[in-house]
Write a protein that binds this ligand. Structure first.
Ligand code: SF4
Length: 377
């Protein structure tokens, strides 16, 4: 931190450039803050900064809230693949695009197979195990299955995350009671551009699920996908949506679109050209500044990036990524490649800190009677 402090304390030799840096939107310094209160205009100003100023500011804020060179690592497993009733225009798993994508749908996978995958994830250094199902929402008959998965994976000492589509309040409570640490539900983009991406579910329905997750006591994971043909204004509005929440998501995946042939958005981007990687890095850095206490995760799109591009993303304040050769249906950077990159960048892995389930089984030593106790938050 000494080097950074010497930058933040102006001296007689301080240059105009350094003064300019601190004239940009206010730095947040309270380590308990989960979100800053940047206005939309201030978010836009951050996006407009010279890239090095933006990265320096993001890295400075990152170091005020997290260990400088530590990253959290998650592994993602698809527990039910394809034939999703939603029509997300970027997604190979949508049943609406299956004639073109030819994705092979799979039913729910057995609990034993999920546990085996979670054990492999843990032994390779992941601290969080994320399970995704291509559903509009879990059905009543799916709930005992997902609750069992949460309990079994937590018993391995891993943090748990699920992404299962929309949740009502009762479902969110069931998952929170089972001890689920994070629930993922991405906003994907701005309210305005969302209509170009999905027609089977509204932006407000997405926000309702996020509210149900927040009210249940679970951590919220909610991110975006950059490079779907949206404008910078849409990326600014997406950040602003996060700041309008009562509390920013604890985990924010910033995905770079992997254009999948056969999906409407994938085909459009393959024909028209992809967004500059630097704009994705800018989005990461602005997210870090505006949500200083959140984990900002590199998710889809990392596979095609160079070491230097990924290093810039970490410089911009990213401190979490998916580990493993595959995400839900798209490829990911190889695990051996990630290990090598972490060594070269001097990054270390963060250990898991799973949340206790709200209700813990307690066995009376005298009678053998089993009951449940409510855990304090
Ligand atoms: S992104 Fe999720 S909800 Fe949308 S089609 Fe794919 S699996 Fe279904």
């Amino acid at each position: 931190m000494a080097g950074l402090l010497s930058i933040t304390e102006p001296t007689a030799n301080t240059t105009d450039t350094v003064d300019d840096f601190f004239a940009t939107p206010t730095l947040t310094t309270d380590a308990t803050d989960t979100s800053s209160k940047h206005s939309r205009e201030q978010i836009a100003q951050l996006f407009d900064l010279p890239l090095m100023d933006l990265l320096l500011q993001a890295q400075t804020i990152h170091r005020q809230h997290f260990k400088a060179n530590e990253v959290q690592i998650s592994t993602l497993l698809s527990i039910k693949t394809g034939n999703c009733p939603e029509d997300c225009g970027y997604c190979a798993q949508s049943g609406h695009h299956r004639d073109k994508t030819k994705l092979q749908a799979e039913k729910r996978i057995d609990v034993d197979k999920v546990i085996a995958a979670a054990k492999r994830a843990k032994s390779s250094g992941s601290s969080r195990f994320c399970m995704g199902a291509a559903w509009k929402h879990p059905s009543a008959k799916d709930m005992p299955y997902v609750v069992e998965l949460v309990k079994e994976v937590k018993a391995l000492g891993l943090e748990t995350c699920m992404t299962l589509g929309m949740l009502d309040t009762n479902q969110a409570t069931q998952l929170a009671d089972a001890g689920l640490d994070y629930y993922n539900h991405n906003l994907d983009t701005s309210r305005r551009y969302y209509e170009q991406v999905v027609s089977t579910r509204s932006y407000d329905e997405r926000l309702d699920t996020i509210t149900n997750v927040r009210n249940s006591g679970m951590n919220v994971c909610s991110g975006n996908i950059v490079g779907m043909g949206e404008s910078r204004d849409d990326r600014i509005d997406w950040v602003h949506e996060l700041l309008k929440m009562p509390k920013a998501p604890e985990s924010i995946p910033v995905n770079l679109l992997v254009p999948v042939s056969g999906t409407p958005i994938g085909d459009k981007i393959l024909a028209e050209g992809e967004l500059s990687v630097l704009e994705w890095i800018r989005t990461i850095a602005v997210t870090r500044i505006c949500c200083p206490s959140s984990y900002v995760r590199l998710s889809a799109g990392r596979e095609s990036l160079s070491d230097a591009e990924q290093a810039l993303a970490f410089m911009g304040g990213a401190n979490s990524f998916f580990y493993g050769d595959k995400l839900l249906t798209t490829g990911n950077a190889s695990q051996s490649g990630d290990d090598r990159l972490m060594r070269e960048l001097g990054l270390t892995k963060q250990f898991a800190a799973p949340r206790a389930p709200k209700h813990l089984p307690v066995v009376d030593a005298m009678s053998g009677h089993q009951s449940q106790v409510m855990m304090a938050e």
